[in-house]
Design a protein around this ligand. Structure first.
Ligand code: PAF
Length: 279
């Protein structure tokens, strides 16, 4: 049985023993509803660290819509069973008042990289992410933190906060895990209807085709317009954005000498899907 810690004091007691023995602690922060994407992070941490902690915490501070927070799936027993297959050494699953006790009043805000794209569409979201990730790193005494590239902008925000605040944590970005048809794994995929699920891979296919065209010398505007068109024709209700950005700063980039990333967000079946790929 993997121990499930509910309080910072219990978690710290275990982490301190590991630290004192010189063991490297890897942390996989999650909000639960685990799928193979999360498990691949935990497996990588297992392979690279002496001890692995998975955190399961639906962080109220990163939700700008209270309905979304209420509806977020909470599946702790199933999550624990999946983590036992890795296995991890500990699960940290606190209640909100353990993370945000009365009187809590600090915010970690990462300027620049957290402002465009998801930051614009979901005001306050990245302050919530940056604050909780900073707290989780501190609570777990993490040496390494594992994050999926599926949330590319989040990964850049966490990398920057670790650099800016001199945290002694190495932030590791792991490849997006995809279904056989290319759809990036996400707990949101379960909210799609059967018809929606059949159309969803068009998001990845469309941005992949656009990236190929740009690499072949077509203008990014044209390639992006075609990708958006393909998605709308496939039945996506709304394409929120498809953007070619500098992979690190997330600012607009037309410099092919710099690593660039195409990022997209679109609505299908009332579900907001995101994805990104290198260009
Ligand atoms: O990606 C997520 O699941 C969350 O944003 C994270 C990193 C666990 C912070 O709550």
């Amino acid at each position: 049985m993997i121990p499930i810690y509910r309080t910072v004091a219990e978690l710290r007691a275990a982490a301190r023993v590991w630290r004192a023995a010189g063991e490297v602690i890897g942390v996989v922060p999650t909000m639960g509803a685990l799928h193979d994407g999360h498990l691949s992070l935990a497996r990588r941490a297992r392979a690279e660290c002496d001890r692995v902690i998975t955190t399961i915490f639906v962080n109220p501070m990163q939700f700008n819509n209270p309905e979304d927070l209420k509806k977020y799936p909470r599946t702790e027993a199933a999550d624990a069973a999946l983590l036992a297959t890795v296995p991890v050494d500990a699960i940290f699953a606190p209640q909100p008042d353990e993370v945000y006790p009365e009187g809590f009043g600090s915010v970690v805000s990462v300027s620049g990289v957290s402002e465009p794209l998801e930051g614009k569409m979901r005001p306050g979201h990245f302050d919530g992410v940056a604050t909780v990730v900073t707290k989780l790193f501190g609570m777990t005494l993490a040496d390494r933190g594992y994050f999926g590239q599926k949330d590319w902008q989040q990964l850049q925000v966490v990398q920057k906060l670790a650099r800016d605040l001199n945290l002694a944590v190495q932030v590791i970005g792991c490849e997006t895990v995809r279904e056989a048809d290319g759809l990036a794994m996400s707990s949101r995929n379960l909210r799609l209807t059967v018809e929606g699920r059949a159309k969803a891979p068009v998001l990845y296919a469309a941005i992949s085709a656009a990236a190929l065209e740009i690499r072949a010398g077509h203008t990014d505007r044209m390639a992006i317009r075609e990708a958006a068109e393909t998605m709308r024709e496939a039945g996506f209700e709304r394409v929120e954005y498809i953007e070619l950005r500098d992979a690190e700063t997330l600012m607009p980039s037309d410099d092919p000498a710099r690593p660039r990333r195409m990022l997209a967000a679109a609505w299908l079946d009332g579900v907001r899907l995101i994805d990104n790929i290198p260009v």
